[in-house]
Design a protein. Structure first.
Ligand code: GDP
Ligand code: IMO
Ligand code: MG
Length: 432
């Protein structure tokens, strides 16, 4: 059975891109199946640093077919920009790409709506979106009336669709945005801009559902690349402080069209601590010197928006929840090198709410806001881990930390990462 999936088990930026790049070498096809250019995956290959938002991280390995499946929302300008950049950097096979004609396309009105809507959650706190039009595009997809899919852009009706949508969107946006802050969109200009994108993307457009079903049936090895993290899942995450797709792994089949029976290996990616970008509760957040130290040592600044990431201790309650939700077999523990130099490290092992301790992850954001983390303290280590290449190179306290994480989460730690490079990865296997 050929399907492996990589998903983030926290609030994104767990270093999924690095692991997808590594695992690509053992696969024939790599698939992005949800999200859009809100993702930012930094992948280091030798001396080269690549930043990918839309193209699967598998694109850096020659001979692999990369697929952007129908569950993705596509910013065509961004896709073209990434393709051009890879071409200019002579990444072989960067055109070995298939983009689903079912993807929903992000238009200028989605960016405008994203800016306005983010300030208007019923909760009162901003979601702090990436501003990439993701939520509004998914909303139109599910609403069906004002959505445009990539396949629509090659039909005679495309001009009319743009005209119809812009009329409605201009009136909605004018009503929502303070006078003078919104310049109505010009239908002809948008139509021409997007027609040019459609022409450039034409060679890549395909029925990827059909392609992936045939690939799965033929026994090809398929790697599904999750974007964001499970706690940002629209149905099972920290709603409403989430993204608008199923980023927990429950979205693989709906986003790609590949039935669950072909997916037999779930790999969870976990940072050795926690980071979060944007609003929403974060029980183990360290809004202090320790948090700043982690931010500095881990270079925790967003790939997409450059925002400083909020940092805190590892939250085993949250990760145990997302491990179970994703049916995860094993995890990769990332950025362990960043925790060097602390005398003590803490891991959240339970939440206290209204005087009671629990290991359950709350379903309502108000409760998550009120929980107090219960910590276990472990001894830290001062050795630099970045040159470690095997288990034997790791200090005893680092090994004890890995072991404890595995016990608390309930699955083995199969790999440990001690730096951005491919070589800075230690395989532990299933025996810890
Ligand atoms: P993704 O969105 O999950 O792919 O993660 P990002 O690329 O947004 O963030 C992870 C960052 O950590 C990237 O800059 C990686 O190059 C970097 N990185 C990956 N693994 C390690 C590691 O083990 N140690 C350190 N220090 N950095 C890492
Ligand atoms: P990768 O794939 C971290 C966060 C945003 C915001 C919320 C909603 O690099 O891990 P959106 O623009 O999706 O409507 O924003 O989700 N967010 C991410 N945080 N990593 C990401 O992707 C993210 N994609 C979205 O900061 O809080
Ligand atoms: Mg990222």
């Amino acid at each position: 059975m050929p399907g492996t999936c990589v998903i983030g088990l926290q609030w994104g930026d767990e270093a999924k891109g690095k692991i997808v790049d590594l695992l690509t070498q053992e696969h024939d096809v790599v698939v992005r199946y949800q999200g859009g250019a809100n993702a930012g995956h930094t992948v280091v290959v030798g001396e080269e640093v690549y930043k990918l938002s839309l193209l699967p991280s598998g694109v850096l390995t020659p001979g692999v077919t990369c697929v952007i499946a129908g569950g993705v929302v596509l910013n065509p300008a961004k896709a073209i920009e990434e393709l051009d950049e890879l071409l200019s950097r002579k990444v072989e096979d960067s055109d070995n790409l298939k983009i689903s004609d079912r993807v929903h396309v992000i238009f200028p009105w989605h960016f405008a709506e994203d800016r306005v809507m983010d300030k208007n959650t019923s909760d009162g706190e901003n979601i702090g979106t990436t501003g990439r039009g993701i939520g509004p595009c998914y909303r139109d997809k599910v609403g069906r009336s004002y959505a445009i899919r990539l396949g629509d852009m090659y039909r005679d009706t495309f001009r009319e669709q743009v005209q119809h949508n812009i009329k409605v969107k201009n009136s909605i946006l004018s009503a929502m945005v303070p006078p003078g802050e919104f310049e109505p969109l010009d239908a002809q200009a948008v139509y021409e801009e997007y027609l040019a994108y459609a022409e450039k993307l034409r060679p890549f457009v395909a029925d990827t559902t059909e392609y992936l079903l045939s690939a799965a049936e033929a026994g090809k090895r398929i790697l599904f690349e999750g974007a964001q993290g499970a706690l940002l899942d629209v149905d099972h995450g920290t709603y409403p402080f989430v993204t608008s797709s199923n980023s927990s792994g429950v979205g693989i089949s709906s986003g790609s069209g590949v039935p669950a029976r072909y997916i037999n290996h779930m790999i969870g990616i976990v940072k050795a601590y926690t980071s979060r970008v944007g609003g929403g509760p974060f029980p183990t957040e360290l809004d202090n010197e320790i948090g700043q130290r982690i931010r500095d040592q881990g270079n925790e600044y967003g790939t997409v928006t450059k925002r400083p990431r909020r940092c805190g201790w590892l939250d085993a309650v949250a990760v145990r929840y997302t491990t179970r939700l994703g049916g995860v077999d094993s995890i990769c523990l990332m950025l362990l090198d960043v925790l060097s130099g602390f005398d003590e490290l803490k891991i959240c092992i339970a939440y206290e709410l209204d005087g009671e301790q629990s290991k359950k992850f709350p379903s309502h954001v108000d409760d998550l806001r009120r929980v107090q983390p219960v910590y276990e303290t472990l001894p830290g280590w001062h050795e630099d881990l970045t040159q470690a290449t095997s288990r034997d190179d790791l200090p005893a306290n680092a090994l004890a930390y890995i072991q404890r994480v595995s016990e608390l989460i309930g699955v083995p730690v199969a790999m440990v990462s001690v730096g951005p490079a491919r070589s800075q990865t230690i395989t532990l296997g299933s025996g810890q």
